[in-house]
Design a protein. Structure first.
Length: 218
């Protein structure tokens, strides 16, 4: 692999990650039927406070295990399974939380099933991205890591802007909620890679590992 190829791989993976993140945020924003804008905004905030700390910590640990493992197949399966289960569990918890906020609005099980299915459809992208990162010898333990507080603050700002836009558009647009969700997906995919460096913090030196023989061979 040429040096240029090595430099392009992380940037490409970051862009793909933000495409997936934009889709997940859009799915989080879409309400249950006639759910008020304030209710799905509160629900989205609930998910943001729950999801990033748990997902980032688990992803960091299992990504390092995948990179260092002499048997990458089972390690990758554990990594992707953990990601999918955490996101799907958060979506289910968010739907139930939204129902508690507005008991008159029933949980839309069909919409929830579609969200869970879309999360599963990201699995091939995750497999491809992880395989390329391992082949390039990119050890996650030697790179800066996302800061959960910075990530939460950035997403809270996004939700506040989306809520304001929906409140302004709601009287004039029938499907303002879907329009805002689409705008969130496109905006995160386009702007996420540009602000990504501001969301990073140096990884603690105590967590840095020596490159594994498997990673070096790859």
């Amino acid at each position: 692999m040429t040096p240029d190829r090595r430099e392009q791989t992380p940037a490409r993976n970051i862009r793909r990650a933000y495409v997936v993140a934009g889709l997940v945020l859009a799915l989080m924003w879409i309400g249950e039927g006639d759910e008020p804008a304030w209710a799905h905004a509160v629900r989205a905030i609930f998910l943001l406070l729950l999801l990033p700390p748990l997902l980032l910590r688990t992803n960091r640990r299992l990504s390092a295990a995948f990179h260092e493992s002499a048997r990458p197949g089972p390690a990758l399966a554990r990594l992707i399974t953990a990601r999918v289960l955490i996101v799907d569990a958060a979506l289910v918890a968010g739907a139930l939380f939204g129902h508690l906020l507005d008991p008159h609005t029933p949980v839309d099980t069909r919409a929830l099933a579609i969200r869970l299915l879309l999360v599963l459809l990201t699995v091939p992208l995750q497999i491809r991205a992880a395989g390329r990162a391992r082949a390039a010898g990119i050890d996650p333990s030697t790179r800066p890591t996302l800061s959960a507080p910075r990530l939460i603050c950035a997403k809270l700002g996004l939700i506040a802007a989306a809520l304001l836009m929906e409140m302004l558009l709601d009287p004039y647009v029938a499907d303002a909620q879907l329009l805002i969700a689409a705008a969130m997906a496109v905006g995160v995919a386009a702007l996420g890679p540009k602000i990504h460096p501001r969301l990073l913090v140096p990884r603690p030196t105590g967590t840095t590992r020596e490159p594994s023989p498997a990673g070096s061979a790859a």
